[in-house]
Design a protein around this ligand. Structure first.
Ligand code: GLC
Length: 558
């Protein structure tokens, strides 16, 4: 495999609005991020991905961009951004931006011009269609609920297409002028010195321009966009063209947010000369989301979770690098999702971190994961901000849940769980702001915060530092980055374990998700315990006892 600069890096996603507020307006900002670069460096982070910081009305928290060339004033100025780039560079760190190009904001100049004159040049930047038999042009349900078609104000029987919120009109990727605008913009940021992009919702750019109806899959008579995408084609050529005209020239690091792709396209997407450098592995997150909505969400199932990890890892081995996450800004906190109650504690969180850190692929942390931030319970639906949560709440009620049950579902799965402000200290508002935070701070900040964990030798934070240090240590880095991945102890019910090995090292990573201890026979003797999340180490010869919630990284005899 051709070596690339990003293969051995560790990344962290920041949600700027909730990271660190430097000016007391209750909203995180770029100066706040700059002030935390040393902290991120101390955590072993090389690549920092910023959720969108462009000018936006924030209907979908910045994923609705109204000017791709401007920094949202809430976050600072372009000078602040340039300073961030320079400060990152001084520390050998890379800044990765969020690239939201399936759609823009309805307040983008292009769209404002387009609705004024849908027949004019900007009309063709979007998808305007006539209604059908007095109804929307097709029966698609947007990702955020309701029809994906919105009537154009003041025009009879004319609609525009939006796969997400109505304030996020889809851009017409079949119009060469749109491509020129987007490619120019991407190159402009790359010229500026960003190292690459996380690419938002990108599978959606391919459309069947006839927008045919599909069988309804819900009582609303609509059909999910998943079905619509299954019937679209052409994504491969579109992504290749994008890459050739932008990323490739800069050796940019790109990581795609891709759902609903075809299995056989994996190589084409993230193989050696793939469309992207990498892609997120969401296989485990999809397990708990519920097929038609959060109201049907399933409980965490250890066996299914382990199977999903193993299958993806095995599938990827001959192909390339996926990016491994525990959580992100669209997911609830991993500590609250992927751990049974009896290990929802510091040990369990360290165990989860261990299992994810040494998989093959690129480890992506999410802000606050390194201190074990948990889901934040909201008392009523009004306390949530997220547009998706509000839709899922309404859907749950429609599907027969009562208010209490619907709220419960949202508390479990809301995207706001990961968006509550970063917990820096025990001070008011967790040290995130001196003003009023834009979203509730998790009241557990008195116990869970960076300041306290800095002082505590065995804190989750300091354990995370050990994880990243081990992953990067000169003796083992090569094995963790390029070594084989081999599942182990698959017949042991509550244990997840795997080998990373190459000619030099044989490393076994283990975690016990069970309530009871588990006894295991090692195939070889242990040369060194590289990491242990508990003080106990119970081994006699090749017999090893793993306590409940224990994680070990063992260097075995060759
Ligand atoms: C992606 C983002 C999500 C956003 C959506 C629409 O899934 O991660 O936060 O709502 O795209 O841009």
């Amino acid at each position: 495999m051709k070596r690339k600069w990003w293969h051995d890096k560790i990344a962290c996603q920041l949600y700027p609005k909730s990271y660190c507020d430097s000016n007391g307006d209750g909203i995180g900002d770029l100066q706040g991020i700059i002030s935390k670069l040393d902290y991120l460096k101390s955590l072993g982070i090389d690549i920092v991905w910023l959720s969108p910081i462009y000018q936006s009305p924030f209907v979908d928290q910045g994923y609705d961009i109204s000017d791709y060339y401007k920094i949202a004033p809430e976050f600072g100025t372009m000078e602040d951004f340039d300073e961030l780039l320079a400060e990152a560079k001084k520390r050998d760190m890379y800044i990765v931006m969020d690239l939201v190009i399936n759609h823009c904001s309805s307040r983008h100049r292009w769209f404002e011009e387009a609705v004024k004159n849908p027949e004019g040049p900007y009309g063709d930047y979007f998808y305007f269609r006539k209604g059908k038999d007095g109804k929307e042009p097709s029966n698609y349900r947007s990702y955020f609920g309701g029809s994906a078609w919105e009537p154009v104000k003041g025009r009879r029987d004319l609609y525009y297409y939006h796969m997400f919120a109505r304030e996020q009109p889809d851009l017409n990727w079949y119009n060469p002028s749109v491509l020129r605008e987007l490619y120019d913009m991407i190159n402009w940021w790359l010229e500026k010195g960003v190292a690459g992009f996380r690419i938002d919702a990108i599978i959606n750019i391919q459309k069947n321009l006839d927008f045919p109806d599909y069988p309804a899959d819900g009582p609303d008579g609509l059909c999910a966009l998943g079905t619509v995408i299954e019937h679209a084609s052409g994504i491969g050529e579109m992504l290749e063209d994008l890459k050739r005209n932008t990323f490739e020239k800069y050796q940019a690091f790109t990581v795609g947010e891709v759902f609903n792709m075809r299995e056989e396209e994996l190589e084409e997407f993230v193989g050696e000369d793939g469309h992207f450098s990498s892609m997120f592995d969401f296989s485990q997150h999809l397990l708990t989301m519920g097929e038609h909505g959060w109201y049907e969400a399933k409980e965490f199932d250890f066996a299914a979770w382990r199977k999903a990890i193993f299958e993806t890892q095995k599938k990827m081995e001959p192909i390339g690098f996926l990016s491994n996450i525990i959580e992100n800004h669209d997911e609830p906190r991993g500590a609250s999702t992927f751990l049974p109650l009896y290990v929802q504690n510091a040990a369990g969180i360290k165990m989860l971190g261990t299992i994810k850190m040494f998989l093959s692929g690129i480890p992506f942390l999410y802000q606050g994961q390194e201190i074990g931030m948990r889901n934040c319970r909201m008392q009523s639906i009004e306390e949530f901000d997220d547009i998706n949560t509000k839709d899922q709440y309404r859907l749950a009620l429609r599907m027969g849940l009562n208010e209490e049950e619907a709220l419960e579902v949202c508390n479990r799965l809301s995207r706001d769980n990961a968006r509550t402000p970063m917990q820096w200290s025990n001070e008011e508002h967790a040290g995130f702001t001196t003003g009023t935070p834009w979203l509730k701070v998790n009241p557990n900040y008195h116990e869970i915060n960076v300041q306290a964990q800095e002082k505590e030798k065995d804190s989750v934070l300091n354990y995370y530092r050990k994880l990243t240090a081990l992953r990067k240590s000169p003796d083992y880095k090569e094995t963790f980055v390029y070594g084989h991945f081999i599942p182990a102890y698959e017949e042991t019910e509550n244990v997840i374990a795997y080998y990373r090995r190459d000619e030099r090292n044989c490393i076994l990573v283990l975690g016990n998700w069970g309530r009871e201890e588990e006894e295991i026979r090692l195939p070889r003797t242990v040369r060194k315990v590289l990491l242990n999340n508990l003080p106990e180490y119970l081994a006699e010869g090749q017999k090893l006892t793993l306590l409940s919630g224990q994680a070990l990284v063992l260097l075995l005899q060759g």
